[in-house]
Ligand binder design. Structure first.
Ligand SMILES: Cc1cc2nc3c(=O)[nH]c(=O)nc-3n(C[C@H](O)[C@H](O)[C@H](O)COP(=O)(O)O)c2cc1C
Length: 280
């Protein structure tokens, strides 16, 4: 742990307070550049047209490759999409979200069991294990860890990003557009680029630790109060960002209220079967 200057420790207390939207937070004893980047996170949905330099992308992808990976299997891949026409087609498959076309680069993160299968096939071997749900979990976790390392790397360099879960609204369409082989699943997209400085976004508060951190054993006892506090803090954040009034609790319930609330993703089991995942 490295000590930081008094000034940056005060900034650290402000960042901690912002993350939970508490009026104040005690000054932490230690701080680091990595914590500073992580606690400053916000998704970016407004980008400058400038392209992401190839050397920067190389660094970001090296950070992605540095993520831990289950049994060193490295069951993830990424497709870098810069062609405007392809980005536009992918945007249409992902709920028409404008930032996908506007950002210079879309990274599509893949759970990739095809590489493992091909390695075995080249040795005239089969790999039965890849047909189990466990291996899809492994590959999705690998892809997510790699992608989040890329997010932190981007933010440390002054770039921004936003995940695109809507890439799973139509995974078959995405797979066709990207030429994915069987047993490769597009987990999510990540639009990246230089943030448009004319659009300011605040730090979106997160649930208080009392709602998510359990000691030794799970207990939901503290949740009602912590979540009521959070609803109030999120409402204040929404008002500050000039976004419509919205109660977090209602919003998240609505997000999963019915199968239709999943925007097409309620058919995921069927879609995965078509992509070659048996999920035994
Ligand atoms: C897996 C994943 C998928 C997401 N998909 C979308 C998306 O399709 N569109 C979007 O605008 N934001 C998307 N987001 C961004 C979240 O809305 C955002 O992270 C969350 O509201 C918290 O805000 P913050 O990242 O600014 O702190 C996604 C985030 C994750 C982790």
């Amino acid at each position: 742990m490295s000590d930081a200057s008094d000034a940056s420790l005060e900034d650290a207390a402000d960042l901690l307070a912002a993350r939970y939207r508490e009026p104040t937070r005690p000054t932490p004893a230690h701080w680091s550049a990595v914590l500073d980047t992580m606690l400053s996170h916000r998704s970016v949905r407004g980008f400058l047209p400038s392209t992401v330099p190839a050397a920067t992308l190389d660094l970001v992808l090296a950070a992605a490759s540095s993520a831990p990976t289950s049994s060193n299997l490295q069951t993830w891949s990424v497709v870098v999409v810069e062609d405007p026409a392809r980005k536009a087609r992918l945007a249409r498959l992902a709920a028409g979200q404008k930032f996908i076309e506007q950002s210079p680069t879309l990274l599509v993160w893949l759970a990739d069991l095809a590489r493992l299968e091909a390695l075995a096939a080249a040795r005239q071997q089969t790999v039965e294990g890849i047909h189990y749900l466990e291996l899809l979990l492994v590959a999705v976790i690998d892809a997510a860890l790699a992608a989040q390392n890329a997010v932190v790397a981007l933010e440390s360099l002054g770039l921004g990003s936003v995940y695109v879960g809507a890439m799973r609204n139509d995974p078959l369409g995405v797979a066709a557009e990207l030429g994915l082989p069987k047993r490769v699943f597009p987990v999510f997209g990540l639009s990246i680029g230089f943030p448009d400085p004319s659009i300011s976004t605040g730090i979106k508060p997160r649930l208080p630790p009392a709602a998510v951190v359990h000691r030794e054993q799970y207990s939901a006892a503290a949740q009602p109060r912590a979540i009521a506090e959070y609803d109030a803090r999120m409402s204040a954040f929404q008002a500050e960002q000039k976004m419509g009034p919205e109660i977090w609790t209602e919003k998240v319930i609505n997000r999963v209220r019915t199968p239709a609330s999943l925007s097409g993703r309620d058919r995921m089991r069927e879609v995965l079967a078509k992509l070659g995942f048996e999920l035994r």
